[in-house]
Write a protein that binds this ligand. Structure first.
Ligand code: T3D
Length: 265
């Protein structure tokens, strides 16, 4: 199934939805229309039971360069934009939608990810980057600060010292270093990038989708919970999963020494 949009593509095949940001001439930076299309596509993916994993990637040589700056006021006579409104209406809901999607999201970072583009990549559950890709907290270069939860993700993932350096200096962080720092899951050679993303996507698409949803919830809640609250959450989710068809199948397959056939239920 392919859904037509102007600035993105959404292709769904064998349980894998691939959402491609598709404004390569502007390094897939966001304008309002692209935000609206992405929101629509994420709702489609969320509501389609047959879709069990989402791959988010970019067309051309970039992943996403954040906000399309040509949409912004520059002349002294221009009325300044309310950037808080833009975050309220678009960037915040996008990050929340990715995090709360009850299926795994692979950030397939094919090229440069800058500004909000870098942090949207970090909002994905598993980030795989091509070796030629890079991450840039470009905001301070234009007088802004990281948004799209960059100030939330960065210190958690790489610690406050590196988070601060990345945000203040806005230097390009190569994919290889991003992997070494623990910012992303894997950096792979460009020649192996597409095949690696496809293989991980297929693995997740044939996995226990309900368990994946509960894993996402638990890992993303951990930072805010006490030990006791986290143990309670694990108990409640494990109780639910213990009644699932996939758990029954997983144990049966283990005992029979065969591969499980998970249905996601
Ligand atoms: O405003 C709000 O709503 C608040 C929220 C803000 C969120 C944000 O994301 S703010 C940060 C915005 N993004 C940036 O500041 C990044 C700007 N881009 C760059 O710094 C560089 O393009 C890159 C480091 C990402 C890549 O550099 P390079 O040398 O590989 O490519 P390039 O030549 O700079 O870019 C290629 C083309 O894409 C170029 O167009 P041209 O000259 O070929 O016609 C360039 O202008 C265009 N492009 C790249 N990024 C953007 C862009 N056009 C508009 N907006 C962009 N963000």
């Amino acid at each position: 199934m392919t859904r037509s949009y102007r600035h993105i593509r959404l292709d769904v095949e064998a349980g894998v939805a691939t959402l491609t940001l598709n404004r390569p001439e502007r390094l897939n930076s966001f304008n309002v229309e692209m935000h609206e299309e992405v929101a629509d596509a994420l709702a489609v993916v969320r509501d389609d039971d047959a879709t069990r994993v989402l791959v988010l990637t970019g067309a051309g040589r970039g992943f996403c360069a954040g906000q399309d700056l040509s949409d912004r006021a520059v002349a002294p006579s221009d009325t300044p934009r309310d950037l808080g409104e833009s975050i309220d209406l678009y960037y915040g809901p996008l990050v929340k939608a990715l995090r709360s999607l009850p299926k795994p999201v692979i950030g397939a970072v094919n090229g440069v990810a800058a500004g909000a583009g870098a942090n949207i990549a970090l909002a994905c559950d598993v980030v795989i980057a091509a070796r030629s890709a890079s991450f840039i907290q470009a905001f301070s270069k234009i007088g802004l600060m990281p948004d799209s939860a960059g100030t939330f993700f960065l210190p958690q993932l790489v610690g406050p010292a590196r988070a601060m350096g990345l945000a203040l200096l806005a230097e390009k962080l190569p994919a290889e270093q991003a992997e070494a720092w623990g910012l992303i899951w894997r950096c792979v050679d460009d020649a192996d990038f597409a095949a690696t993303v496809e293989s991980v996507a297929r693995q997740l698409a044939s996995g226990p989708t309900l368990a994946y949803a509960r894993i996402k919830e638990a890992i993303y809640s951990a930072k805010l919970n006490t030990l006791s609250a986290q143990l309670d959450l694990e108990r409640d989710s494990q109780r639910e999963l213990g009644y699932s068809a996939d758990y029954r199948e997983g144990v049966a397959a283990f005992m029979a020494k065969r591969a499980p056939q998970f249905t996601g239920k």
